[in-house]
Design a protein around this ligand. Structure first.
Ligand code: ADP
Length: 411
């Protein structure tokens, strides 16, 4: 037999053996089989013409098929597949052919396989390099983002901290002048001390926010679970914000909803903080005379609270970034212009903290808005989904409140 005849004779058993030894799963096998058939035909051409370059197109396709994740796992190694084909050819020659036919076959296919293996090694090296370069670009992008966030942090933190410091500086220097002049300042001292206190309170709240963000970032936010009622939390926040609501002539619509009077376990201080951040924003980003409403409903295992405003709204692309640290860093001039003043931006930590707190409770927070438009004011609705825990996660605390936790019951 000549070589093409030998190749035709062992074609089906060669393909079957290689498929069985390499491919797992019916779908994979079918695909692999048709590819092997293509390879075998090209091998045949290479042998007949004496030009091993006939196998180039399929080698090229195979070398470029692996995805980034295949490469990461070191799978789909082309050289391994070629080696398996060569071994199968040896085995079949030994088992099914006469010694002479086997020698002839190997003599003809060996140069083609040697060529293919060299080419495969080169392709593999190239794809490996391409993969590493991609990874490098990824890392570089991440580093650049981190670097941007770091410089944004420095500029916003500096700006945020400077404003109250200037305030404190101004008031204390006026106090010094009064002290120097020797007269009591005609009762001015009280208002100056109030001014200093406002500055200090603002500094403290910025530093506290920074500490909270760092706790959340490092998964260190610990919750103090207690039985709570949402309507109590909302009333307290309402009281705290009454002055701003009145100054800004806003309607604050606090609705009783199914779930607002359901007692469940959560951290009341942290939830207060999260809702206060969301409600302060609703006030800040709603023009004077607008409306802010709290509503909600009970869902299986959860309570959903919605905070809706008639404010400037949030564009689709910002609806996710606003929950990221310093997500709203664009315009530093907006910062520190007041806690509840219209569009008075802050350090951009309010929503990341709110999300951190809701996440730590096992809940979810997201926003819906038709877009950002300061004229039409499409408004925004923040959704806060909180799990209704009938017992605190820690059995010791459960005992304290006379609730048998699941773990205790199982004992
Ligand atoms: P900031 O301290 O800037 O208020 P937040 O984290 O509380 O930081 O909010 C991030 C950004 O999200 C805000 O600067 C603002 O652009 C946008 N935002 C938050 N709440 C609202 C809202 N109710 N309406 C419109 N924009 C909002």
């Amino acid at each position: 037999m000549n070589v093409p005849e030998i190749l035709a004779e062992i074609r089906s058993s060669w393909i079957r053996r290689v498929v069985n030894s390499m491919a797992r799963g019916a779908g994979v096998r079918e695909n692999f089989q048709s590819q092997l058939e293509r390879f075998y035909d090209l091998l045949n051409q290479a042998v007949v013409t004496g030009d091993p370059a006939w196998v180039d197109p399929i080698l090229y396709d195979w070398a470029n098929a692996p995805t980034q994740s295949d490469l990461r796992e070191g799978e789909k190694n082309l050289s391994a597949v070629l080696n398996r084909m060569l071994t199968t050819t040896y085995d079949l020659g030994r088992e099914d052919l006469t010694e002479q036919d086997a020698m002839e076959l190997l003599g003809a296919v060996l140069p083609v396989f040697t060529y293919a293996l060299e080419k495969a090694a080169r392709y593999e090296m190239e794809t490996r390099i391409a993969y590493i370069s991609n990874e490098l670009v990824d890392v570089q992008t991440k580093l650049e983002r981190l670097d941007r966030s770091k410089s944004s942090f420095i500029s916003v933190a500096a700006h945020e901290l400077k404003t109250p410091l200037t305030l404190i500086e101004g008031y204390t220097s006026m106090m010094r002048d009064i002290a120097k002049s020797g007269n009591g300042g005609d009762g001015q001292l009280d208002s100056l001390i109030d001014g200093v206190n406002t500055g200090i309170r603002r500094l403290r709240s910025i530093v506290d926010d920074m500490i909270d963000v760092s706790l959340i970032d490092n998964n260190l936010l610990s919750l103090n679970f207690q039985p709570i009622l949402l309507n109590q939390i909302f009333t307290l926040i309402h009281n705290e914000l009454t002055e701003s609501i009145e100054t800004r002539q806003l309607i604050f619509d606090l609705q009783e909803f199914p779930g607002s009077d359901v007692m469940f376990f959560a951290d009341p201080e942290r939830l207060y903080q999260a809702f206060r951040n969301i409600l302060s924003n609703a006030i800040k980003y709603t023009p004077d005379g607008g409306r802010v409403a709290i509503a909600g409903r009970i869902l299986p295992g959860f309570i959903e609270v919605t905070v809706t405003d008639t404010g400037i709204g949030i564009s689709a692309q910002d609806q996710e970034t606003i929950f990221e640290k310093f997500g709203q860093l664009g315009n530093v001039s907006l910062h520190s212009s007041g806690k509840t003043k219209f569009k008075g931006g802050g350090p951009g930590l309010g929503l990341p903290i709110a999300r951190g707190i809701v996440d730590a409770h096992g809940g979810t927070i997201w926003v819906e808005s038709e877009g950002h438009d300061e004229k039409k004011c499409p408004g925004s609705t923040f959704h806060i989904l909180l799990p209704v825990r009938t017992e605190p996660p820690d059995p010791k605390i459960a005992k304290l409140f006379g609730v048998d936790s699941k773990q205790e019951k199982e004992k």
